[in-house]
Design a protein around this ligand. Structure first.
Ligand SMILES: *[C@@H]1O[C@H](CO)[C@@H](O)[C@H](O)[C@H]1NC(C)=O
Ligand SMILES: *[C@@H]1O[C@H](CO)[C@@H](O)[C@H](O)[C@H]1NC(C)=O
Length: 270
């Protein structure tokens, strides 16, 4: 169906991890485990620090690039529901469920959208994913990025359909982006990379913690890169480990973007 083929069918909105969760009052009473930084957002150190603290095998490369798929074949979307048995927790929290969506041709089909539409990062109150996704004609959508729970403004870098919405000023959190030539980018970017004009980002969003690098668990290295001196490492690990509603983004070997989300409730399931 040509009409739906042209439709954008996936977006990432910026209401963040917190947008999914319900009823976290107990957790919030003390320290909010879903706010990884006590002050501000992201570490205060430079890109150079991140480069210097990573394994020598990566050399100067603090991020990974991969060509995106660009085939015109159907299906345009593959989204599946999964239910996983996670033994170890309470019986009621054993079953973890969510969605996994595979996005071919992400350059043409995937957008990072501001909450509630253009300008939403600055002016909008929190809006649901659905309120953003429906008017944009998306077939699938999920949360991404963090926002300031006081001002409701977006945090991190945001590039939406080629428009630079927000520039974090070089803050070193894990990034996901798509460049104009379709290159998928994951990892830590210098400010020069974020603002590059020769092959600029069409889409860019910031998260916290790079989970897998070249199919290997990269959490410890990522904690090193993103943990600020003023942040308690234990609390940062709790943020990584806590059962909750979570979202992640990655790619497969063919250059399809993989959107992953787990339903949950903080400390109860996820
Ligand atoms: C969030 O917004 C408040 C109020 O505008 C501001 O004081 C605070 O610095 C912001 N926090 C971050 C992490 O940007
Ligand atoms: C990551 O660090 C923790 C704590 O230091 C350690 O127990 C764990 O084995 C490390 N994981 C990997 C994959 O190196």
């Amino acid at each position: 169906m040509a009409a739906s083929w042209r439709q954008r069918w996936l977006l990432v909105v910026l209401t963040g991890l917190r947008g999914w969760q319900l009823g976290v009052t107990e957790a919030r009473a003390s320290t909010d485990i879903l706010l990884p930084y006590a002050e501000g957002h992201g570490p205060s150190h430079s890109h150079r620090h991140v480069r210097d603290c990573q394994a020598v095998t990566f050399g100067m490369r603090t991020f990974e690039s991969w060509p995106s798929s660009s085939h015109d074949t159907l299906p345009v979307a593959r989204s599946s529901v999964f239910i996983s048995d996670m033994p170890g927790g309470a019986e009621s929290s054993r079953w973890v469920y969510g969605h996994m969506t595979v996005v071919p041709d992400p350059l043409r089909q995937l957008s990072v959208l501001e909450p509630g539409g253009p300008g939403g990062c600055e002016k909008n109150p929190r809006v649901s994913v659905e309120e953003t996704a429906a008017p944009a004609g998306c077939l699938y959508a999920q949360n991404a990025g963090f926002y300031n729970i006081t001002s409701d403004g977006c945090l991190g870098n945001v590039v939406s359909d080629g428009r630079m919405v927000r520039d974090s000023g070089g803050v070193q959190n894990a990034q996901f982006g798509i460049r104009r030539d379709g290159t998928l980018v994951f990892g830590y970017l210098s400010q020069e990379e974020v603002l590059d004009r020769s092959n600029p980002f069409e889409q860019l969003v910031s998260g916290v913690v790079w989970l897998l690098r070249n199919a290997e668990v990269y959490i410890n290295q990522s904690l090193e890169a993103e943990c600020d001196e003023t942040v308690d490492m234990e609390l940062f690990r709790d943020f990584v480990d806590v059962s909750s509603a979570r979202t992640a983004v990655g790619h497969d070997v063919n250059g399809n973007v993989v959107m992953f989300h787990v339903d949950g409730q903080t400390h109860k399931r996820g």
